[in-house]
Design a protein around this ligand. Sequence first.
Ligand code: SF4
Ligand code: SF4
Length: 156
Amino acid sequence: MSGNRSERFYAHGLQFECLKCGTCCTGAPGFVYLSKGDIVSIAEFLKKDKRTIIQQYTRLVYIFGERRLSLTERANYDCVFWNRMCTIYEARPYQCRSFPFWKRHLISSREWARVGERCPGINRGHLYAASQIERFARGAHNYSIDRFISTDFDFP
Ligand code: SF4
Ligand code: SF4
């Protein structure tokens, strides 16, 4: 997202509408990182304690030199919360809520087009303004669990 906003390929906004097809939730290995806030939201939504959420639905991964929690995948690589739909949609993690407006997708129109090869919701539906798009991209949380441990978070 370097350069003046008016020079960026999304200066006049980008269209996106999630068709809830599940392509990005299923069928291939990947990571859905969780912030402390994401865990709290899922715990409240499922009416379970945070420890249970972490133990039942997450795995520890080492990436970018830090320890993170990522949602568990089933043997076929479907997200643990996928069951013909996202079963925690209202409380889905920020990574899911901010898709497709991730920094790496906004580097160029070419990258954006690449996302569209996998996601049928790209370039259709709601027009998001450049300012909204950048707010999504900037909102990524700190995912290092060592931050959790250093707070009063109830980490197992
Ligand atoms: S692939 Fe795109 S349209 Fe399908 S569920 Fe994911 S974000 Fe929505
Ligand atoms: S939490 Fe929901 S939206 Fe996110 S990957 Fe899993 S099923 Fe998809």
